[in-house]
Design a protein around this ligand. Structure first.
Ligand code: AHG
Length: 281
């Protein structure tokens, strides 16, 4: 596992430099999920695969940017599902973006995720590693990730990050979000899953939701690359992560690009989600 984390750190240094200085324009391709790709999406994907290929314990990798699972070392133990540059449509606005990694054994399913790591490329570069605990690191001027603190969610937070097109939200979802705002919650939503979930984690709690919508009943966010890694982080930090009914980490994707509605937060907010969604007929 240590070797995998070291490869992720090396990738982060290189991606950070690419974000800072490379061309931020579009490439000519679309990725496996049908999104238009930036040149930076392609480069970040290339960097990560190159670094992970140096690690003998990595058996195979699945990237949000690729259709296929790539076999790296037949005798390896770990399967790595990653989103090389999540939130890349924000690059032109200079908002924070991130890289997300799920470290799995046997298959890319919720029950088989063993660790999760994400990097936030913001004014500072930060890395969160979730194993049995959730630890926050920050890149220092010697290009080393220094440990900052262990992260724990409180029982209840103050932030509400509600994703998806509001005009397409089911009425019960809109009513639930309105109830939170009526209780005093503040809106925090940049459109980048990494900084939005990082903010809630660092501030101690709240709710991030990306529901099933009338046009996308299975939501937008991908289980293997985005949802399972953050579900692992939130559970290990003392919070919860559900699809409205079940723990996200009980789910298995139909294929490695499957999406799901998802809700991440502290206990109070997620219990509210489960209560509202349990009444849907
Ligand atoms: P992309 O990588 O194409 O910028 O997508 C970002 C993802 C995720 O990071 C974020 O939470 C979500 O899409 C935002 O989607 P909406 O714009 O539909 O809210």
């Amino acid at each position: 596992m240590t070797e995998v984390i070291e490869a992720i750190k090396r990738s982060a240094f290189r991606i950070q430099e690419a974000i800072a200085y490379d061309d931020t324009g579009y490439a000519e391709n679309e990725n496996a999920s049908g999104d238009v790709q930036l040149k930076l999406d392609i480069k970040s994907d290339y960097i990560i695969q190159e670094e992970l290929a140096k690690v003998k314990s990595v058996k195979a990798v699945a990237s949000e940017e690729k259709e296929t699972v790539d076999m790296l070392n037949e005798g390896g133990k770990y399967l790595i599902g990653y989103d090389p540059l999540d939130g890349s449509s924000l690059i032109d606005t200079n908002l924070s973006v991130g890289s997300i990694f799920g470290i799995y054994e046997d298959d890319f399913s919720g029950p088989n995720i063993k660790a999760a790591v994400y990097i936030v490329y913001g004014p500072r570069v930060e890395m969160v590693i979730a194993t049995d605990t959730v630890e926050l690191y920050r890149l220092d001027k010697n290009s080393e990730f220094k440990f900052i603190q262990t992260v724990h969610l409180h029982e209840k937070g103050k932030l509400n990050a509600s994703g998806g097109t509001q005009a397409k939200w089911p009425s019960y979802h809109k009513a639930m979000i309105d109830t939170l705002f009526a209780e005093g919650y503040r809106l925090r939503y940049s459109g980048g899953m990494v900084p939005d979930l990082h903010q809630i984690l660092v501030k101690g709690g709240g709710l991030f939701s990306y529901p099933g919508t009338l046009d996308k009943p299975e939501g937008k966010l991908r289980m293997v690359f985005e949802v399972f890694p953050f579900a692992f982080v939130y559970e290990k930090a003392g919070g919860k992560a559900v699809d409205g009914h079940r723990r996200l980490l009980e789910l298995s994707p139909k294929d490695h690009h499957s999406t799901t509605p998802c809700f991440f937060g502290s206990n109070y907010e997620i219990n509210k989600v489960l209560d509202v969604y349990s009444k849907i007929v």
